[in-house]
Design a protein around this ligand. Structure first.
Ligand code: BEZ
Length: 212
């Protein structure tokens, strides 16, 4: 069964470059990003891990813990971490899970046999503090991910959890948002959006970002 949005993120025990963890305990009350890599000592993954290490303060500012996974073991990951620091100019400052028996990769559907029997695809799971899966991305091994997009999606998820809004195409933090179509009571709309709104169509109502 494929993991789907809204389902509980499966819990697991794992060895990581920062010691053993039980995933849900490690997450605590934080949001989480779990992302997989096809294999250690591969070029695209090396650049991705460097980028996530650089962006770690941005994830922390949003209350998000990041954790990577690659199907090799932690001894191999530790060797690779040296290369990441050397080539990307930043130490690997978050845990990387070892999954040599592919227990976690299988649990999360990170192996797509028609792409490769043995390597994980580039999966991303954004998990909320209730341990629910809120966003899933799947990229092929040849295409490095855009982690700015993952931060943008987290901003959207966190905003739309708090207010009755959705975020439009290419939305960035600070830009106007959309009042959800299910909200129709004018008094409630005025109370929730004191800055007002523009109705381009009855179903397309735009308002300034409420928490700005
Ligand atoms: C990479 O991370 O560079 C990579 C991994 C597997 C296949 C192709 C590229």
């Amino acid at each position: 069964m494929t993991l789907q949005l809204g389902q509980p993120a499966p819990d697991f025990e794992a060895d990581t470059t920062m010691g053993p963890i039980r995933f849900h305990d490690w997450l605590g009350q934080s949001w989480g990003v779990l992302f997989s890599h096809p294999k250690d000592f591969t070029p695209v993954c090396t650049t991705e891990l460097g980028e996530v290490a650089r962006l770690r303060p941005e994830f922390e500012r949003r209350g998000v813990k990041v954790i990577g996974l690659s199907v090799d073991d932690v001894t191999s990951h530790r060797g690779w971490a040296g290369d990441i620091e050397e080539t990307q100019g930043t130490p690997l400052n978050f845990p990387l899970i070892g999954d040599p028996d592919r227990k976690i990769s299988d649990m999360y559907g990170m192996i797509h046999p028609d792409a490769s029997d043995t390597l994980t695809v580039r999966s991303v799971f954004i998990i909320d503090p209730n341990k629910k899966v809120r966003l899933i991305l799947t990229y092929p091994a040849s295409c490095g991910r855009n982690f700015q997009e993952i931060l943008r999606a987290i901003d959207s998820l966190q905003l739309t959890d708090q207010y009755s809004v959705a975020t439009p195409v290419n939305w960035q933090e600070g830009q106007d948002v959309i009042i959800v179509p299910s909200l129709v009571d004018e008094d409630e709309i005025r109370a929730k959006f004191p800055k007002g709104y523009k109705a381009l169509k009855p179903y397309l109502r735009v308002t300034p970002q409420p928490n700005r």
